[in-house]
Design a protein around this ligand. Structure first.
Ligand code: 26W
Length: 819
């Protein structure tokens, strides 16, 4: 399989040599951090030849190339993943052992590449892993943020954001590609010049510019010699301060250009599913998009003369609306620089661009005020106006007199540029990320577009890479699976189905339970070290890890814990399976109610964890700084996977898949990909509860519901809600959680209350939780159901997802690389 023979002796020499060269130290004197750098450079040496060979092969075959355009790539750590994918885990572990170091400790020295917020960014990372492993020519294109997603500290129960200076020790895997730098222009004005042939030329002048410099990061395929590239752009001033500018009195402009370069890639916006409308964000978008499109066109032109055939060799996938300026930017290049006619340019653009929608949350939809958009991107705005003018004409031709359709589909409307509408109009494919989500797009959010161009719409249910989330994250289970059914699952997860044979076998169940127990011990140690909390590894590990958002309903979970605690206080002998409730979640820095929910979870944890009267039946743990690297350990240890979003709101969810793959059972609503998870795992092996998407939407269309009725009629719920405002969990400040109370009941204003149906779903959730309690007591049943969850997770590999994108949208050809 692998084209090279891993040479242990040589690798060992390289590691010791690297420590000397980099730090003037012998290996005995080196710190773990220094050994990390030395090992990473040695691994890079192995990778680099494959990397060169891969791109030589792509050139030779003149293969069609995917450019996956995304503002976010949540890669996590690289070293461990790269070692696994070059298939040298065992050998490198041995080498390090011989040198007196533990590979796990060395891996722990690396910072996560946290160039993303959550689901969307991690999905992009999984896709890159699958594309490389399956041998398809693909680039990830993104931004080399100087600061990734903030690190989360919990102080006195509150989230505190700490800058993530992930590059401070340097990144051994990256390669700067100075030779591909591009110029990006902002602002100024557009001058129109008519030439002798009656053709208009559009010239942007008085602009500010920055230089975009790409850095390549290797994306290593699993055991196939393929190394693809994640290309992330850094910004530099065009000419650092020149006296020239000073002389011409352009001093001010020179300073501004320098500042622009400094700020543009400074930091990742920490909002997830919430659009803030910041000018700098639009700058970031245009910056990396213009650079990436220029690069793709430049690469194509190096080999081909006719840009009309660009769609035969290039496809751009737009990861949500964030990269949508790709559509007018490609128009600009074709028309202004390549002298295409409008129609010819439009034909090319709409054959190259495809758009993925990830969310139906209204507040996530990007809309830019015309004033801002046209000031920052004057030429791009002209092009968007013309796209819109022609599109509106087409709508009116198709539906004479239907001005409601013009209103709903227009790209420019009410003083704003609607990016989702632009993305749909300029793309040949529009996809949602789970079956239910795509249906909601077609029936509601993008209904009129679906009516007009139904052929564009398709579903691509998300997936995750089993190489990181089982092979790397859960070594014990991975080895066990391989022992039972062989290792084909690593590159084709459909094989994992064979495990079903063993689900009823008592000995296998025992082995499975032991593995879960070992993984729980690993997490228990982590929790002890990081939170100082003692957790019983024999308790049921109930896990909700994901971004903190009201629609994801961490609140429902913690309210239910408060309710259970009340029951236990009333009856300390209450017969229940001991549980550890594990939360992990970052809240956007400006999302007040989300941050208050973190405080509530920690306050409840404080009270419950320190109350001996409940005999340790409940523990609540909030894991600080939930991120890709510690997520791998949490999934491995989970018994129960909380997927409890308000139905219709979660696009897909992907932690639901990662937890399933690691043998956790799902408690969840019929939302996102949960629907398909239950279809695969069997409804009897999951705990489904609550309102359906249709019911939620029906309530909303009729103006919501009145949570007061529940508050007035359900004494237990009422008691829990009162504890939010009577100091039960904040004796020093009883008003602390008033805003949460109000969000549920809203006694003071006419705003809708409990818009996420927490109270409405509470009783159904409680019932499902008692079913969990009952089921967990039957060890054999639980182990069988857990094994069946693993066995039925085959559909949720990102390899399957990527295969569908390739067959239906990208049409790429597989490339073999031999050394
Ligand atoms: C403009 C601010 C902003 C930032 C990020 C708006 C929207 C986003 C993302 C689309 C949020 C996101 O990550 N969505 C998640 O995407 C996952 C991958 O498809 C899905 O599994 C999740 O359900 C969806 O919430």
């Amino acid at each position: 399989m692998s084209g090279y023979q891993f040479n242990k002796k040589q690798f060992k020499q390289e590691v010791t040599g690297n420590v000397k060269k980099l730090y003037r130290r012998t290996i005995e004197e080196a710190s773990p951090k220094q050994v990390f750098q030395a090992v990473a450079y040695a691994v890079k040496d192995v990778i680099i030849d494959e990397w060169i060979a891969t791109h030589r092969e792509y050139e030779k075959q003149d293969a069609k190339t995917l450019y996956y355009l995304s503002m976010e790539f949540l890669m996590g750590r690289a070293l461990g993943n790269n070692i696994i994918n070059i298939r040298a885990e065992k050998e490198i572990r041995e080498v390090l052992d011989e040198l007196g170091f533990d590979l796990n400790v060395i891996e722990d020295q690396e910072s996560d590449y946290a160039l993303g917020n959550g689901g969307l960014g991690r999905l992009a990372a999984c896709f890159l892993d699958s594309l490389a492993t399956m041998g398809y020519p693909a680039y990830g294109c993104g931004i080399r943020y100087k600061y990734g997603l903030f690190k989360q500290k919990i102080e006195n129960g509150y989230q505190v954001e700490v800058p993530d200076n992930w590059l401070k020790d340097g990144n051994p895997f990256e390669v700067r590609r100075e030779e591909y730098a591009a110029l990006i222009k902002f602002g100024g004005n557009v001058r129109v010049e008519c030439d002798g042939n009656g053709r208009n030329h559009f010239i942007q002048e008085n602009y500010q510019s920055v230089r975009a410099v790409p850095y390549d990061l290797p994306v290593v395929g699993y055991g196939n010699n393929v190394v693809n590239t994640l290309m992330v752009w850094d910004a530099e001033p065009v000419n650092t301060f020149n006296l020239d500018a000073f002389d011409k009195g352009e001093y001010h402009n020179a300073v501004e250009q320098e500042n622009l370069a400094k700020t543009i890639v400074e930091v990742l916006y920490p909002n997830d599913n919430h659009y803030a409308g910041k000018e700098l964000r639009l700058k970031q978008q245009y910056f990396f998009i213009s650079a990436s499109i220029q690069r793709a066109v430049g690469k194509y032109k190096a080999k081909h003369s006719d840009l009309h055939k660009l769609p035969e060799k290039v496809v751009f996938q737009l990861n949500d609306t964030h990269p949508t300026v790709a559509i007018p930017e490609l128009m600009r290049i074709l028309i202004d620089e390549e002298e295409f006619s409008w129609d010819d340019a439009w034909a090319v653009v709409t054959k190259c661009c495809a758009y993925t929608n990830h969310t139906v949350m209204a507040e996530a939809l990007e809309k830019w005020p015309i004033e801002l958009f046209s000031r920052l991107l004057p030429r791009i705005y002209q092009i968007v106006e013309e796209i819109n003018r022609r599109f509106v004409e087409e709508v009116r031709r198709t539906y004479p007199g239907a001005e409601d359709k013009v209103r709903s589909m227009s790209i420019i409307y009410d003083g704003q540029v609607r990016m989702a509408n632009l993305a749909v109009v300029g793309s040949f494919s529009v996809n949602g990320v789970a079956a239910l989500h795509t249906e909601i797009l077609k029936k509601r959010v993008l209904k009129d577009f679906y009516g007009m161009t139904p052929w564009k719409f398709n579903n691509k249910t998300n997936g995750i890479t089993q190489r990181r989330f089982l092979l790397h994250g859960n070594e014990l289970l991975a080895d066990w699976v391989t022992g039972k059914i062989g290792d084909e699952w690593i590159t084709d997860l459909s094989h994992i189905k064979k495990l079903a044979l063993y689900a009823g076998d008592e000995k296998c169940q025992q082995e499975f339970r032991n593995i879960k127990y070992q993984n729980k011990l690993r997490l228990v140690r982590y929790i002890k070290e990081n939170n100082g909390i003692d957790v019983d590894p024999r308790s049921l590990f109930d896990v909700q890890v994901k971004r903190l958002h009201e629609y994801k309903r961490q609140l429902l979970n913690i309210l239910h814990i408060m309710y259970l605690y009340n029951m236990l206080k009333d009856d300390p002998d209450l017969d229940m399976v001991p549980r550890t409730y594990i939360f992990g979640a970052k809240a956007a820095a400006g999302y007040r109610i989300a941050k208050l929910t973190i405080k509530l979870i920690n306050s409840v944890a404080d009270v419950i964890n320190n109350d001996p009267s409940i005999k340790g039946k409940i523990k609540v743990v909030f894991i600080e700084d939930y991120r890709v690297s510690n997520a791998e350990w949490i999934y491995a240890a989970a018994d129960l996977s909380e997927q409890i979003s308000t139905a219709s709101r979660e696009g897909s969810g992907t932690s639901n898949m990662k937890l399933m793959l690691n043998g956790a059972l799902t408690i969840g609503t019929m939302d996102g990909a949960n629907v398909e998870i239950v279809e695969e795992a069997g409804r009897e092996n999951a705990f489904i509860f609550g309102m359906s998407a249709d019911e939620v939407i029906a309530y909303e269309t009729n103006g919501g519901y009145n949570p007061m009725d529940i508050f007035n009629n359900d004494q237990d719920i009422r008691r829990v809600l009162m504890q939010l405002i009577n100091g039960s969990y904040a004796p020093e400040n009883p008003e602390l959680f008033r805003d949460i109370y109000n969000s549920l009941l809203n006694t003071q204003s006419t705003d809708k209350a409990d818009t996420y149906f927490n109270l409405k779903d509470f009783r159904a959730y409680d019932e499902a939780q008692w079913q969990v309690d009952k089921a967990y007591r039957d060890e054999a049943w639980w182990a069988k159901a857990a094994i069946l969850n693993v066995a039925n997770s085959g559909k949720f590999s990102s390899d399957r997802t990527v295969r569908q994108y390739i067959d239906d949208i990208w049409h790429l050809d597989k490339v073999e690389v031999s050394l």
